[in-house]
Design a protein around this ligand. Structure first.
Ligand SMILES: Nc1ncnc2c1ncn2[C@@H]1O[C@H](COP(=O)(O)OP(=O)(O)O)[C@@H](O)[C@H]1O
Ligand SMILES: [Mg+2]
Length: 228
């Protein structure tokens, strides 16, 4: 059995939106193992984004416990969480969030240069990462010159360039056509198997379920089923 990289116990999260109270997470317990691609699925509004935001330290929670790579998230200060996330977690979102004025390689290099890496080294690492996602030839093209699938592959290169052990993808294929979605998933699967990283993919695209090692089904803030 592979070791546990994320361990969440009985997480409760309530949003207070004016008068109304939304119970977004109602006691979520889940372990994520090393080298696994876990999919988190369920209807819109069931708490998927809230859950991955909690376990990456982007959102606080009301009760329960959450350990990521042996660190208790609730015990860390904001600065510690930000530094931990920058070092250990990679994010891929539905909207690619690339900067339009920068080339693909500059977009990938950005988190490294922000973290203080020298520009030449950052660009070298970014070139290698773009080659790994099959976009070596498009390194000097701006996002407007790339297809949606290519832009998402640049976003993946950017999320992985610092070699995170844990990768969170929130609806990574929702704005892509079927073929581009399959290419992106094949790439994500290959990368985590090669690097021994772990990944949570939030999705409601059932055409990509086949890439999962485990599928966790959520409904109304709870896990209702786990399938292997
Ligand atoms: N910042 C927020 N303030 C108030 N309610 C929120 C906030 N974020 C999410 N919610 C609510 O929490 C519930 C779960 O949302 P979310 O985690 O985004 O669902 P999913 O990602 O599964 O579509 C929804 O009812 C949503 O409206
Ligand atoms: Mg969501």
């Amino acid at each position: 059995m592979n070791s546990i990289i994320v361990s969440c116990k009985n997480i409760v999260k309530t949003f207070n939106a004016g008068e109304a109270e939304v119970k977004a997470l109602q006691g979520v317990t889940l372990d994520v193992y090393e080298n696994e691609l876990l999919m988190l699925v369920g209807p819109s509004g069931c708490g998927k984004t809230t859950f991955v935001s909690v376990l990456s330290g982007l959102l606080s929670f009301d009760s329960g416990a959450c350990e990521v790579m042996g660190k208790n998230i609730a015990d860390m200060s904001d600065e510690e969480i930000t530094a931990f996330r920058g070092k250990n977690i990679g994010f891929v979102f539905q909207a690619f969030n690339l900067l339009p004025s920068l080339t693909a390689i500059e977009n990938v290099a950005l988190p490294l240069t922000v973290a203080g890496e020298k520009r030449t080294k950052a660009l070298n690492l970014s070139k290698k990462m773009l080659e790994a996602v099959g976009l070596g030839k498009k390194a000097y093209v701006k996002p407007s010159g790339l297809s949606g699938g290519e832009q998402q592959r640049v976003a993946i290169a950017r999320a992985l360039v610092h070699n995170p052990k844990f990768i969170i993808c929130d609806e990574p294929t929702s704005s892509l056509d079927h073929t581009s979605g399959q290419i992106v998933m094949e790439l994500l699967q290959k990368i985590i198997k090669e690097k021994g990283a772990s990944m949570i993919v939030v999705t409601h695209d059932n055409r990509i379920y086949k890439y999962a090692d485990r599928i966790v089904h959520m409904e109304d803030g709870k896990i209702i089923k786990v399938a292997s």
